[in-house]
Design a protein around this ligand. Structure first.
Ligand code: UDP
Ligand code: GLC
Length: 810
């Protein structure tokens, strides 16, 4: 019979912070097989006991208060330095022994806070019991002193598994050196039923106790501590008329917090805002206040790890303004389900409040969207199910001696393993294929990185070798993955100047240890294929293009290098790079091109044949809708070679409406060309772009692209594409069926195509069907087939010499 494992949750505080409220939910669900060990008494313990959850209390204060040198661990804060630990030691030892004693009776330990993690990691080591860590903090320099960061990351790396409360906390952990791969991002869950149950009268009663009827009421919820940024709102308030603020929450943890609270009171007095700021103190139940306010703001000046109060505000149906940082952008889509402002910017906050106050209809729409999305993502039942599953899988993983890293990883419930179905047994029936991924750099999360993300999700076990990683902006698929950077990553400024460092990349990839795997899948438009692999490894190179700056160097040379000497030196270096790159290309087992146009370039440059697998487009994001706009659309970065100038001239001639989404160095030049029917919207977020795509009459795509994602996205909305007949468009646009091709790079030719487009009766569903050929599933299926074929093929051909090369080695 399957036995339930007993769990000991460990939490350092007795207060009611967000991490504790979060833990209370899972401890309640698992109350029959768990206890919560606390390092101090307080309201948290009372809450647990009221809910029938067993608690064990370890008092870490010495019995004799006179021996001041033996301080309690409470005095060790996130920012404490080494010296503080000296005083903390006796108390720590007491905690350690207490936890050791308590933990013997349990199968799994579960640390819910940072201090609890350090104790739990040691205890689990001694008792040889597995432990999980719930990461509620952003481990960065804003929140923690260096020593504490080091301790935390090291302890967390030894955990059987980690639950991160957001992608932001998971990214920060990886950036700080965290490499635990059994990591799951799981947001907090909320009991939706509790929200919206109060009557108008009750709401009114709460509200009128705070401010008069003519005031607009802004709520700020959360404990009072400097990084939660209460001062930012008070300063914003001094710029606003007829607005009152209620601050709900109290200083919970440290003397510094209490001092900050005093500073708030003083600031309110100084600014003469006493009658417009109401301190409500800590509320056992914040709901009456949440429902009484008009909007909720969240002002953390450091990145917020999750931010329960943001979700609670959305569930209460309130428009939210949150500080852009940490997990806030994961919860609030700017301009759609709330507003994001710069952290610490009281002027920006004041104008955001004013914009909502002036436009109640927009505020209402955002609130409704916020509530809808919050109900979808944060409903308690779903979150708890994933949470309990993860705990159980982790214990089972250990007890059946499976390595923790084989567990599926998922973000907000999306399972990477599901996508990987059928992928493990490529080579032999019993042994899973070992795949390694190599990519140039994980810096800008552009098209190539989305391809790598799809592979990383499909092959969760594959290590990813690269040069530099920007952990702050990693796509969610990369969270918890085994990313191995080379030494460029350690160079100061390498993230900002990653392009300028190009001469170093070949050497950096060469200096990495040989990659050992069955198949090494190399994704590259740069130097990743310079990596070396072991003799038995086979290689597949997914090629976006041979590096342009040395295979079509003329434009590059003229642009980047001034002066004859520099130009000559650069020419010599680029020629050498070309020679080496050519040689590297000969060592690749199988080239795969992103389009036929790149296939030709691979043949021209490397003399190598290749097969075409189109890159994945997220067609599921789009739908055919009845939305009918009267405009054509350009969706593009505004750079010269995209030839947006042609579109502008054509639409000037036609006098038809053209909307241009995107930004770039060419924008001001293009704006001077544009007539009255053309509008520039700049960069928009994904949801806004989607709305424009779904409503356009057609997408205009005048440039020459190797593939081109935007045309497929427009087609996924059932909209035709007007494209220049060249490059990747020839493969995605079928004239008369899902778009119109024009043959000359001239405004006249483009204008003719627009007129032709208007004469055709388009069938949106046919257009959409074409786009589905480029879905992520199709990409993965084809890539899987390539890997299977390669794994069955003969051992790697040794460097083949090309029959045909586009340059001379001499
Ligand atoms: N909260 C509360 N009473 C208060 C103020 C806040 O119960 O007076 C709750 C709030 O509803 C939220 C939690 O405390 O659930 C704070 O969690 P959050 O994640 O926003 O921030 P944390 O304090 O954990 O950093
Ligand atoms: C921590 C974080 C907070 C988060 C909470 C629950 O207290 O500061 O942002 O919402 O944990 O995960």
């Amino acid at each position: 019979m399957k036995r339930d494992f007993d769990i000991l949750f460990v939490d350092q505080t007795g207060e009611l912070g967000g991490a504790e409220l979060c833990l209370a939910e899972v401890a309640f669900r698992l109350r029959h097989r768990s206890s919560v060990l606390l390092f101090e008494a307080g309201p948290f313990q009372r809450l647990l006991e009221e809910r029938g959850i067993k608690t064990i209390l370890l008092q870490d204060q010495p019995r004799s208060q006179s021996r001041r040198v033996f301080r309690g661990t409470k005095e060790i804060g996130k920012k404490s330095k080494l010296g503080a630990y000296f005083f903390f030691l006796p108390a720590f030892v007491r905690l350690l022994f207490g936890t050791l004693r308590a933990a013997r009776a349990f199968d799994l330990l579960y640390a819910n806070t940072a201090k609890a993690l350090i104790v739990t990691a040691l205890v689990s080591r001694v008792l040889r019991k597995p432990f999980l860590f719930h990461l509620h903090d952003i481990i960065d320099a804003d929140h923690f002193a260096p020593l504490n960061r080091w301790l935390l990351v090291n302890a967390a790396n030894h955990a059987t598994g980690i639950i991160a409360n957001s992608e932001a906390t998971a990214r920060a952990y990886q950036k700080a050196g965290g490499h635990n791969r059994n990591l799951k991002v799981l947001p907090n869950g909320f009991d939706i039923e509790r929200f919206g149950a109060r009557t108008e009268e009750e709401i009114w009663a709460t509200r009128s106790a705070i401010c008069s009827e003519d005031q607009f009421l802004v709520g700020l919820f959360g404990r009072i501590t400097k990084w939660k940024g209460q001062k930012v709102l008070i300063r914003a308030l001094s710029r606003l008329q007829a607005v009152s603020v209620v601050i709900v929450g109290d200083a919970l943890f440290t003397d510094e917090d209490r001092q900050y609270k005093q500073e708030l009171v003083d600031l309110v007095r100084q600014l003469g805002l006493e009658d417009r700021v109401h301190f409500a103190g800590f509320q056992q139940d914040v709901l009456p206040f949440l429902e009484a306010v008009d909007i909720v703001v969240h002002c953390s000046i450091f990145p917020e790890p999750f931010g329960r109060v943001i979700v609670e505000a959305q569930l209460a149906g309130k428009p939210v303004i949150a500080a852009r940082g940490g997990a806030a952008p994961e919860i609030v889509e700017d301009g759609v389900s709330g507003i994001l402002v710069a952290p610490g910017d009281s002027v920006g906050l004041a104008s955001a409040i004013e914009s909502l106050l002036r436009d109640p209809a927009r505020a209402g729409q955002m609130a409704a969207k916020g509530r809808e999305l919050a109900e979808q993502h944060y409903a308690l039942d779903g979150v708890l199910r994933n949470w309990v599953d993860f705990i159980d899988q982790s214990i089972r993983g250990v007890s059946t001696n499976t390595r923790a890293t084989t567990l599926p990883y998922s973000v907000h419930g999306r399972s990477g393993a599901a996508v990987a179905r059928g992928l493990t047994n490529v080579r032999a029936e019993r042994r899973p294929m070992r795949l390694a991924i190599v990519h140039d750099y994980l810096i800008q999360m552009g098209g190539a990185e989305r391809v790598v993300a799809a592979m990383a999700e499909a092959f969760p076990e594959a290590p990813i070798y690269t040069s530099v990683t920007d952990y702050d902006h990693l796509l969610p698929e990369f969270i918890g993955k085994d990313i191995r950077n080379n030494w460029i990553n350690r160079l100061p400024g390498s993230r900002r100047h990653f392009k300028k460092l190009f001469p170093l990349y070949p050497f950096a990839f060469r200096s990495m240890p040989r990659v050992d795997a069955d198949i090494v899948w190399i994704s590259s438009s740069g130097f990743a294929k310079w990596i070396q692999v072991t003799d038995s490894a086979k290689t597949v190179c997914y090629c976006y293009t041979p590096p342009r700056f040395f295979w079509s160097p003329d434009t590059y040379l003229n642009r980047e290098f001034k002066g004859a000497v520099l130009k000559t030196a650069a020419t010599v270096f680029l020629t050498a790079l070309r020679t080496w790159d050519f040689q590297c290309a000969q060592g690749i087992g199988q080239f795969v091109a992103i389009s036929r146009c790149v296939q030709q370039r691979i043949l021209d440059c490397y003399g190598r044949s290749s097969i075409v697998v189109y890159p994945p487009v997220n067609v599921d994001r789009f739908a055919v809708t009845a939305r009918g706009g009267d405009y054509y659309l350009v969706l593009s970065r505004l750079v010269g070679y995209k030839r947006i100038d042609l579109a502008i001239q054509a639409f000037n001639q036609l006098g038809k409406k053209l909307v241009i989404i995107g930004d770039g160095p060419d924008r001001s030049r293009l704006q001077t060309l544009a007539g009255p029917t053309i509008s520039f919207l700049g960069r928009l977020n994904d949801s806004e772009t989607k709305l424009y795509l779904e409503g356009c009459r057609g997408l205009v795509f005048p440039g020459l692209e190797d593939f081109g994602i935007a045309p497929v996205e427009a087609q996924a909305c059932g909209r035709p594409v007007i494209a220049f007949a060249g490059g990747g468009a020839l493969e995605t646009v079928i004239d008369g069926e899902n778009g119109v091709l024009f043959n000359e790079l001239s405004p006249g030719s483009l204008a003719g195509a627009v007129q032709r487009c208007e004469k055709i009766g388009w069938d949106a569903e046919t257009i959409r069907t074409n786009a589905e050929r480029f879905s992520r599933e199709v990409f993965l299926e084809r890539m899987r087939a390539v890997l299977q074929a390669v794994s069955r093929s003969e051992p790697e051909p040794t460097a083949r010499l090309a029959e045909k090369t586009a340059f001379s080695l001499g």
